[in-house]
Ligand binder design. Structure first.
Ligand code: SF4
Ligand code: SF4
Ligand code: SF4
Length: 261
């Protein structure tokens, strides 16, 4: 069975159970979803509009349970209204855009839109570069082991030894989750000693070249990342950047930010 067909079957089952309904127009105030510092929260992929999301999300944690990268966390009281709703903190862990979007399929309420089947259309937000001056590629600096170890520090599936030694160990019968998280770390390890292109080369979109690329920076004589139209705001570039150059503007489209300013 093709991936598309299995998704459709799953959606049909949910529809038959009456789980997927129309979006409930609840009387939630316009700015109620803002985080504590008046910023929109970065929601999991394919989240419906924020007011509808808050009305539909039943805080069941199903999306979080199935996420193999531990990308999703639940909002706590510090995030303002919407306590217990799922969000992604890209400084902690971005969304690796799993091809079948299991988090979306697992959502029983329609808060994550089951009609979105393509990771290129998840519309989480857009990457921005508020601290471009901190980019180490401007000065052609290379990636150090410490810069990669940061990611080991927040990879939950590692054993105590692995986390302490920043080195993966071999053991049998690895879970799928462990395999996927290992692949991220193994790929990161290949960047040690090389010019930094982490944000570009770790972008998980299948069409990553249309989302982010390195360009020459005339002023410094080095390079820097440029965000392109296909970016979906998954946050992986934010997670892997060693100097916090990037951030995500949730629920904003490319042209809204880059063309209208
Ligand atoms: S697409 Fe995958 S990595 Fe991203 S939030 Fe969903 S389950 Fe997690
Ligand atoms: S540039 Fe790539 S990694 Fe960064 S947010 Fe956009 S899609 Fe994700
Ligand atoms: S990850 Fe990208 S933005 Fe961050 S330092 Fe490296 S090249 Fe610059």
């Amino acid at each position: 069975m093709s991936e598309q067909n299995s998704r459709r079957d799953f959606i049909k089952q949910l529809s038959a159970l009456g789980i997927l309904g129309g979006v409930v127009a609840a009387g939630i105030g316009g700015a109620s979803y803002l985080g504590a510092d008046n910023k929109l929260l970065l929601r999991p992929p394919a989240a419906v509009d924020e007011d509808d999301f808050l009305a539909l999300c039943i805080k069941c944690g199903q999306c979080l349970q199935v996420c193999p990268y531990d990308s999703i966390i639940l909002a706590d009281a510090d995030e303002g209204n919407g306590v217990g709703t799922p969000l992604i903190d890209p400084l902690r862990r971005g969304c690796y855009l799993c091809p079948l979007l299991p988090c979306v399929l697992a959502c029983p309420s329609g808060a994550l839109d089951h009609h979105v089947e393509d990771v290129k259309k998840v519309e989480m937000g857009i990457a921005i570069t508020p601290r471009m001056n901190a980019c180490i590629a401007l000065e052609n600096k290379t990636v150090t082991k410490d810069m990669i170890n940061r990611i080991y520090d927040h990879t939950i599936t590692l054993t105590v030894n692995e986390a302490q030694n920043y080195k993966l160990e071999e053991f049998p019968n690895k879970s799928d989750k462990r395999e996927l998280e290992e692949k991220v770390l193994q790929k990161l390890d290949t960047f040690e000693g090389k010019a930094c292109t982490l944000c570009v080369d770790m972008c998980p979109l299948p069409n990553a070249n249309d989302a982010i690329r390195m360009i020459a920076d005339e002023k410094s004589g080095g390079n820097k990342p440029e965000i392109l139209e296909a970016c979906v705001g998954c946050g992986v570039c934010v997670e892997v950047c060693p100097t916090s150059v990037l951030a995500i503007k949730p629920r904003v489209k490319y042209n809204e930010y880059y063309e209208k300013g």
